[in-house]
Design a protein around this ligand. Structure first.
Ligand code: PLP
Length: 389
């Protein structure tokens, strides 16, 4: 760090994704670490991209292009079973990443506590801390049947009068857990009791293999919930960095006050392209969303079956494009030692999940490893061969 670095960034270091992607490159290993699709982008998005090249290229309105807000609202309304107003309930952001940053800037005061479920997406603590907030960590525990469960007594104990928000992520990266309606309702009840916001990070909403429930779909959570979506994940174009936030008029208006000073507006042609893609996917008879889900389920099955035949013990993945596995049988000191060695030993790179736990809870993930299965079937089959050796 330079002598000029701010206190805000003390303790930050390179993300695990950069480290293991570089290691994969060094050993020419199959990169099942970072979660970016390597298959051909869907025609629906590439055609929309070409169409947008001839469209408007100047600044978009700060809240987002009306056509994208309209199409995204139509898709989200259908998903959550609630009619959304594109003008007031949607804000377009630079990916889910900017949405998370803008939300923490708009709603978290220094000293506010924020409940995070572990393993967490690694931007959450960083964003909360940059806003001066204090993360409070509550782990999910892997069960004998491979599912992941919260201890609701732990969760209740993490709430108090200073709790400004809880971050929920469903379907959940990195476990693949999809929170059930019952779990969502219990989380909402706690948020109501302690008058906290619910920040529901839902970039994998269209890649849920079991029933997806957003707290937004619950009338009693509407006044306190913001849900985050990612066009990059929905259309397998992570490089586009477009997302949007859905919520009630007042929360969206507050959020916009922070967003206008972060990027001001999001890339116009990509917004138009995303709108065209949603427009097609929303059409009656178009099975885009269903096909996305079934293709990821197939990929999950390929990797899960391969892991079952190896020394890794896969846990349940019910959504996203990630699966966690227990690596105890391989006898490594910890997940970092394993992931440092995997590209060389197996020719496959993966991510050590202790990166997604606070220091106190890292021991929970020492024998775990995260694999991404958003890769071509051929690549997954080759990775499967290598892992079972
Ligand atoms: C849980 C979660 N939230 C947010 C993001 C960031 O999404 P985006 O690429 O749209 O910024 C990701 C990306 O991996 C994610 O997994």
């Amino acid at each position: 760090m330079s002598k000029y670095s701010s206190q805000r960034i003390q303790g930050f270091s390179e993300t695990v994704f950069s480290k293991y992607t570089n290691l994969a490159k060094k050993y020419n290993a199959i990169n099942l670490g970072q979660g970016f699709p390597n298959f051909k982008e869907p025609d629906i998005i590439i055609n929309a991209y070409k169409q947008a090249a001839n469209d408007y290229q100047q600044y978009a309105p700060s809240t987002g292009m009306p056509i994208l807000k309209q199409m995204a609202a139509a898709a989200k309304s259908k998903l959550i079973g609630k009619e959304l107003n594109p003008d007031t309930n949607i804000l377009v952001t630079v990916g889910a990443t900017e949405a998370l940053f803008a939300i923490t800037q708009a709603f978290i005061n220094p000293g506010d506590e924020v409940v995070l479920i572990e393993p967490f997406y690694d931007a959450y603590p960083a964003d909360i801390m940059m806003a001066g907030g204090i993360p409070k960590y509550v782990p999910l525990y892997p069960q004998k049947d491979g599912s992941w469960q919260l201890d609701f007594d732990d969760l209740r104990a993490a709430f108090n009068k200073n709790t400004k928000a809880i971050f929920l992520n469903t379907p959940h990266n990195p476990t693949g857990k999809v929170f059930t309606a019952n779990e969502i309702d219990k989380i909402i009840a706690l948020a109501i009791e302690f008058d906290s916001l619910i920040i529901s990070d839902e970039p994998y909403e269209y890649s849920s293999f079991s029933d997806f429930v957003s707290p937004l779909s619950r009338t009693n959570a509407w006044e306190r919930t913001l849900a985050i979506s990612s066009v990059g994940k929905t259309f397998s174009v992570t490089g586009w960095k477009i997302g949007y936030v859905t919520g009630n008029e007042k929360l969206i208006a507050d959020l916009h006050l922070a967003h206008q000073w972060i990027p001001f507006a999001v890339a116009t042609p990509l917004q138009i392209a995303a709108a065209h893609a949603f427009e097609q996917a929303n059409q009656k008879g178009n099975n885009y969303f269903r096909d996305l889900r079934t293709s990821f389920m197939k990929k999950r099955d390929i990797l899960e079956t391969a892991l079952e035949k190896s020394q890794f013990r896969p846990l349940k993945s019910e959504g996203t494009y990630f699966i966690m596995a227990d690596s105890s049988a391989l006898g490594y000191k910890d997940d970092i030692a394993l992931c440092d060695d995997m590209p060389k030993r197996f020719g496959v790179a993966a991510i050590p999940p202790t990166a997604f736990y606070c220091d106190e809870h890292k021991y929970l993930a020492k024998n775990l490893v995260r694999f991404a299965f958003c890769k071509t079937d051929e690549m997954l089959i080759e990775a499967a061969k290598r892992l079972s050796k």
